[in-house]
Design a protein around this ligand. Structure first.
Ligand code: MLT
Length: 260
């Protein structure tokens, strides 16, 4: 976006193919800490904060940052870093929503996709209205607490450890109210991408969680079957945030099954 600073990001590892980690909502790039540490030994790993999340600031309280705009900003970041080779993308939930837009508009910039705990349908009108109400409340209260009270019970299963709950809450509290509101409006505006599935050219690994309340395994398996080249896995005992809930299992799954 003209005049804007490039997305805040972290980079680890000097050699090997590029792995691009795209986070979910309402967290930021630091959710991938244990993945970056693990994979930086063999790969060049990059994790941006989406616009509005973490340190990729938004100051205007009225704006919407769409998934399409997030994708454009991710490409601007790769350009800024001089990365012209196709990258291997790992997207979690909102990271997956942005992955669909990247694959649709910039297919030549991707080598493969790992789609974790994500969806292909748009919000229902009721869900979209709920997000707009939550955006207004977040701005009014100048806090992430309303988002956390609605979302944490859906992001994490009851079996999640208190440390994981605390970590998710901490990551959400590090965003500004303006940023959280801009992303909520963008999530509400995201398109249904079901018709794109059969046109996807990349090899895909689809990872779901047995206890995921937001993107249940049956729903994910049904859309994964429409991808021309995909493998579907369901991880036992985890909800929507497997990289945080079970990092060793998630890393091992990527190491064994990712298409790189
Ligand atoms: C996420 O994890 O990114 C969100 O749960 C996505 C959503 O609310 O649709």
């Amino acid at each position: 976006m003209p005049g804007r600073e490039v997305l805040h990001h972290v980079q680890r590892g000097q050699h090997g193919p590029v792995l691009l980690f795209l986070h979910c909502f309402p967290t930021h790039q630091a959710q991938w800490l244990l993945q970056l540490e693990h994979f930086a030994r063999q790969y060049r790993v990059i994790a941006p904060d989406f616009r509005g999340a973490g340190r990729s600031v938004v100051v205007d309280p009225t704006i919407t940052v769409t998934m399409e705009q997030q994708a454009t900003e991710v490409i601007a970041l790769l350009d800024h870093l001089g990365i012209t080779e196709p990258v291997h993308l790992i997207g979690l939930s909102m990271g997956g929503y942005v992955a669909w837009q990247l694959a649709a508009t910039y297919p030549e910039r991707l080598a493969s996709m790992v789609l974790c705990h994500t969806r292909v349908v748009a919000d229902t009108p009721e869900q979209a209205q709920g997000r707009h109400r939550l955006a207004a409340q977040t701005l009014r209260e100048r806090s992430a607490e309303a988002i956390l009270s609605v979302m944490v019970p859906r992001l994490l299963p009851e079996s999640a450890s208190p440390e994981v709950v605390e970590r998710v809450e901490q990551l959400a509290r590090e965003a500004s109210p303006e940023g959280l509101a801009a992303i909520l409006r963008g999530l509400a505006a995201r398109p249904d991408v079901s018709l794109l599935l059969p046109t996807m050219q990349h090899q895909c690994l689809v990872i779901s969680g047995e206890l995921d309340a937001i993107s249940p395994p049956a729903e994910m398996q049904a859309w994964a079957a429409k991808l021309p080249s995909s493998r579907f896995l369901s991880l036992p005992g985890v909800g929507h945030l497997s990289p945080l809930e079970a990092p060793a299992l998630f890393n091992q799954t990527l190491a064994e099954h990712a298409p790189w």
